[in-house]
Design a protein around this ligand. Structure first.
Ligand SMILES: Cc1cc2nc3c(=O)[nH]c(=O)nc-3n(C[C@H](O)[C@H](O)[C@H](O)COP(=O)(O)O)c2cc1C
Length: 163
């Protein structure tokens, strides 16, 4: 099963956390996950993916404008309806609006007809309510949570869609 982790990243934080999610996904047997910057997507791989996760830096407590533009103009090309969807963010501050950025992406994914999922509290610790958010001055501290999130998303995708 293919899984795509998409991201926009200017200074690399969101890219690094995308790779942590991919690592967690690929620890699940039968999962084949790859990360793509929004400007270099493997379009066939994305279309064939059963799960799509999208990450953004937090800009003014929202997703970055580049991510919103991709959702508005490009995302309709990839048959996202029916795929499992999730979102993640990086931010400079704990109270800088990372959850809002995640929620904005999840809302757009719902409009595209995706099956939005994070696992919430159902997997126990680490609790990830909407999607993982990493604070930029200590990315390593958040890496295990991002890997756990990747494992959860891939496990749910396999449960729903099979290998
Ligand atoms: C235009 C702009 C707006 C930002 N707004 C916020 C914000 O509202 N809250 C926050 O915590 N961080 C904010 N940041 C910091 C970024 O979200 C943070 O550094 C992020 O990890 C950058 O991701 P990247 O390295 O993938 O580009 C902002 C950065 C920029 C450039």
């Amino acid at each position: 099963m293919k899984l795509s982790v998409l991201y926009f990243s200017r200074s690399g934080h969101t890219r690094d956390m995308a790779e942590e999610i991919v690592s967690g996904m690929n620890s699940v047997e039968g999962a084949q996950a790859r990360a793509f910057s929004l400007d270099s997507i493997d379009e066939d791989f994305l279309r064939e993916s059963s799960c799509v996760v999208l990450g953004t830096p937090s800009y003014l407590a929202c997703m970055a404008g580049q991510v919103k533009t991709w959702l508005d103009t490009e995302s309709g090309k990839y048959g996202l309806a029916g795929k499992l969807g999730g979102a993640f963010a990086t931010a400079d501050y704990v109270h800088g609006g990372g959850d809002m950025a995640v929620q904005g992406i999840l809302t757009h994914f719902m409009v595209r007809g995706m099956l939005v999922y994070s696992g919430g509290g159902s997997w126990g610790k680490p609790y990830i309510h909407l999607g993982p958010v990493a604070i930029s001055d200590d990315l390593a501290k958040y890496a295990p949570t991002f890997r756990a999130y990747g494992t959860r998303m891939a496990s749910k995708a396999l449960e729903l869609f099979g290998a």
